[in-house]
Design a protein around this ligand. Sequence first.
Ligand SMILES: Cc1ncc(C[n+]2csc(CCOP(=O)(O)OP(=O)(O)O)c2C)c(N)n1
Ligand SMILES: [Mg+2]
Length: 245
Amino acid sequence: MSFFAYPGKESYLVPDGCEVHELVAPTDDIQGTLEALADAVDAREVEPPVARPFRPDKPTGPLTADKVCQAIGAVFPERAIISDESNTSGLSLSAHTAGAPRHDVLTLTGGAIGQGLPVAVGAAVARPDRPVFALEGDGSAMYTIQSLWTMAREQLDSTVVIFNNRSYAILNLELQRVGAGAAGPKAKAQLDLGDTHLDFVQIGEGFGVPSVRVDTAEELNEALERAIAEPGPHLVEVVVPSLAI
Ligand SMILES: Cc1ncc(C[n+]2csc(CCOP(=O)(O)OP(=O)(O)O)c2C)c(N)n1
Ligand SMILES: [Mg+2]
């Protein structure tokens, strides 16, 4: 099932007339089954395609969400763990990290909100030997912002990047998808976080996390490199235009 429902649209993922065969149940022998499948289709010797190693250049100039993803792809260290709840701002993250050194991404599964920061805390507690990055939308961050305090208290080696687009931007897309094309100003105002400004630098500092706001790509590159070089938690607030109006 998909968890979103749109008027007049089916919310299940298997098309009509498509029969589903279960290859192996989660509790069965998954590895053995895949090996048997590889034998059956004579795929044992096939070399899997591997992405060619490459890093994007560091971005320059005024910031966009895409450039933030580019900067992260340019600098994050090998064996990093990325907890991604950047929502609309992170759409190009995988394009910029496809050829990056080996790392793990803990993705948003959807259906809830605020998982990114606590998941980063869990990753950093579990693997103190690996640098952790939390990529967070401003709206999502506010659901579990107290994770910053745990990062400070436990001195977790975590770099939190807040994409402050001053919006629940993705819900504007959802408004369009449900067909509410002529959403009025009251509805739109519910998704706008700009009028009462959230200052993530003050919030981060208040929880004991060294925090900085950046407006240009050059400042961002420098802030990320400093956060990576210094142990303990850091917060970088990036002010970016919203992808959805
Ligand atoms: C408990 C809960 N409340 C509300 C929502 C609806 N919701 C989904 S995404 C979202 C906003 C995300 O905003 P932000 O993190 O700033 O990312 P952006 O959309 O701006 O990229 C909200 C409120 C939800 N999924 N779960
Ligand atoms: Mg947002």
